[in-house]
Design a protein around this ligand. Sequence first.
Ligand SMILES: Cc1cc2nc3c(=O)[nH]c(=O)nc-3n(C[C@H](O)[C@H](O)[C@H](O)COP(=O)(O)OP(=O)(O)OC[C@H]3O[C@@H](n4cnc5c(N)ncnc54)[C@H](O)[C@@H]3O)c2cc1C
Length: 408
Amino acid sequence: MAIDFTFPPEIDALRLKVREFVETVVRPAEAVIAERDGDRRFMIEQILEMRAAAKAWGLWLPHMPAEFGGMGLGHVAMASVSAEAAKSGFGPFALNAQAPDEGNMHTLLHWATDEQKERYLRPLCEGRIRSCFAMTEPEVAGSDPTLIQTRGVLEGDEWVVNGHKWFISGARGAGFAILIARTEDEPEIPQAGNSAFLVDLPSEGWTVVRDVKTMSGSHNHCEIRIENLRISRDRMLGGRGQGHLLGQARLGPARLAHCMRWIGQAEIALDMMVDRALTRFAHGSYLAEKQGIQWMIADSTMELYQCKLMVLHAAFKVDRGDDFRSEVSMTKHFVANALGRIVDRAIQVHGALGYSTDTPLASMAQHARWARFADGADEVHQWRIAQRAIDAYRKHGSTRVATGDLPL
Ligand SMILES: Cc1cc2nc3c(=O)[nH]c(=O)nc-3n(C[C@H](O)[C@H](O)[C@H](O)COP(=O)(O)OP(=O)(O)OC[C@H]3O[C@@H](n4cnc5c(N)ncnc54)[C@H](O)[C@@H]3O)c2cc1C
């Protein structure tokens, strides 16, 4: 049989090594960062120390090819590394595999010219700079990139760009941005109106207005004003009108990378739920002995199992170069929602403690909320998933290919 759910021994050893790295290097650093809450400089120093340790442990840049100093792992292998690393919020940063840089690295690897790769991708891979991806705008629905109003006009050898962006993760302190702007007046199809640009930061005409404060605090998701920003012609990434294509190509694996990290978070929540249920005593027995609690544990266990299978299958399709859009959409929707439900049940089992900030659950619940609309809102994924199922039925008289095209 061709289906084998075991990993090669070296990948399994790597997964365990990442687990040990998180326990021995990342967790202690996370604890001292928490003690000095709000001291950003100290946090950055700690991340740099974790990064030096990741290099020494041979865990640096798992998702990039050796040519750029990485470990060259495919998406399936990355699933096991990312899920382990993300058991601490700082794990992915330590390995230099955090959003949005991870997605930007993949984008540059596939779309940048050799000169652009040397200038932007290499320092990003070496951890010398960070990056951001600037697409969403306050005035129009981010779910529909054909509405983008930021405008680029070619003047001689330079593009002059004006516009407004927000929720641009990592913008403050980034060395460059991948900026999406409208450049085409009458594209053949509405999706071909946007182009992508590489913007050196800081740049005249690019102003960070504020760090948008969210329900989980301020995490460098910035509002940006773009006024007469001049970008040299050779800083276009991909061709004219290919901004949407590039965004879609970027978002597939980037969404999956989110799911891998969310699995790490969901597993922490389920472990905590079971641990608490085994030690909390009420009404004559431990919580773990009560059917109502067992149902919560069972539902969470089944959902996490589904998350893992879906991520592995979608990653398998990405690695094979198959069309992965449907599988990534279904996976992103399912894992984002499962994460919210599992964390919420863990809070319920912890009672008041779960609602407090004495455990990481409250913070995990706040972070889990954005998973349902960022990088593709639930309803947009559902719309696409339904479309593909309907198309499959029309074409083949069966929805089978739309359900993962599995041999069942
Ligand atoms: C923490 C965080 C980090 C982010 N980082 C970045 C970043 O680095 N770069 C960047 O460019 N953007 C970033 N974003 C923005 C994110 O990508 C957008 O929030 C997302 O694309 C949705 O766009 P929107 O917020 O404008 O919502 P809208 O597009 O206005 O959608 C609002 C709601 O409308 C509904 N909806 C939309 N379309 C449909 C439909 N067709 N059918 C039914 N219902 C629909 C959905 O319920 C959706 O949630 C980030 C957001 C967050 C919260």
